[in-house]
Design a protein around this ligand. Structure first.
Ligand SMILES: [Ca+2]
Ligand SMILES: [Ca+2]
Ligand SMILES: [Ca+2]
Length: 103
């Protein structure tokens, strides 16, 4: 169960499963508690589209690189992303599109 300053507790001391060995939510993960006070952590990057208030810069609901939004949900160089009606990022390569963008 969660005590004091813990952000999560998944009954192990492993890193890389969403809840770290120091009981902190890991990068790009979100944890929620079950009724038995065990934390279940999921990686929100690569699902549910782009979510504001998270570490995502974009989310195209996949874990592929080189499509504008990389596997860590960061916008790749020379791409620009917008969010479609379903909340999913749509990224396009801005180099060579005839529209100079300085940033
Ligand atoms: Ca863990
Ligand atoms: Ca997401
Ligand atoms: Ca991608």
């Amino acid at each position: 169960m969660k005590v004091g300053a813990e952000e999560c507790d998944d009954h192990d001391t492993d890193d890389g499963d969403g809840c770290s060995s120091t009981c902190e939510e890991e990068y790009l993960h979100r944890c929620s508690e079950l009724a038995n006070l065990t934390s279940v952590c999921i990686r929100y990057c690569g699902r549910d589209g782009y979510e504001t208030g998270t570490d995502e810069e974009c989310d195209d609901n996949n874990s592929s690189n080189n499509d504008g939004c990389d596997s860590d949900c960061k916008i790749e160089d020379l791409y620009k992303c917008t969010t479609n009606l379903l909340g999913v990022s749509v990224c396009s390569y801005v180099c060579g599109n005839g529209d100079y963008q300085s940033s």
